[in-house]
Design a protein around this ligand. Structure first.
Ligand code: AMP
Length: 111
């Protein structure tokens, strides 16, 4: 989609640090990491948000997240999905945050 930062990353028009890739998803380092190793799982196709992701992609999406988490050997992590402006979604292109957790990382997350 025109003017979408994540579409431009997928197209190679904006540089990124890609750490994993499948047919439907890429995993990149977040440019403004909240913790060390902050990653984003991004759909290659443009969907505005969680609700727009086609049902047949949900399993592939979760497997993508699991694959990179296992590959990196992460044991403690938060998965964060901001859906909609009020929930803090800034980039309107479907993505999931993976936040590896370490002792004293200072990150506070509560539900
Ligand atoms: P959200 O608030 O859930 O929409 O999160 C969007 C995330 O995308 C933020 O954590 C940003 O730091 C990250 N981000 C924005 N632009 C880039 C970029 N060009 N490369 C990597 N991460 C980005």
């Amino acid at each position: 989609m025109k003017d979408c930062v994540f579409c431009k990353i997928v197209a190679g028009e904006i540089p990124c640090h890609k750490v994993w890739e499948s047919e439907e998803f890429i995993v990149i380092e977040d440019a403004n990491p909240k913790v060390d190793g902050h990653l984003l799982v991004i759909s290659k196709r443009h969907f505005d948000n969680f609700l727009d992701l086609p049902s047949e992609l949900y399993e592939k999406f979760l497997i993508s997240a699991k694959e990179i988490i296992k590959k990196l050997g992460l044991k403690d992590f938060n998965l964060v999905l901001n859906n909609g402006k009020l929930a803090g979604q800034v980039v309107p292109h479907f993505h999931l945050h993976i936040l590896p957790r370490r002792v004293g990382d200072g990150f506070e997350f509560g539900v």
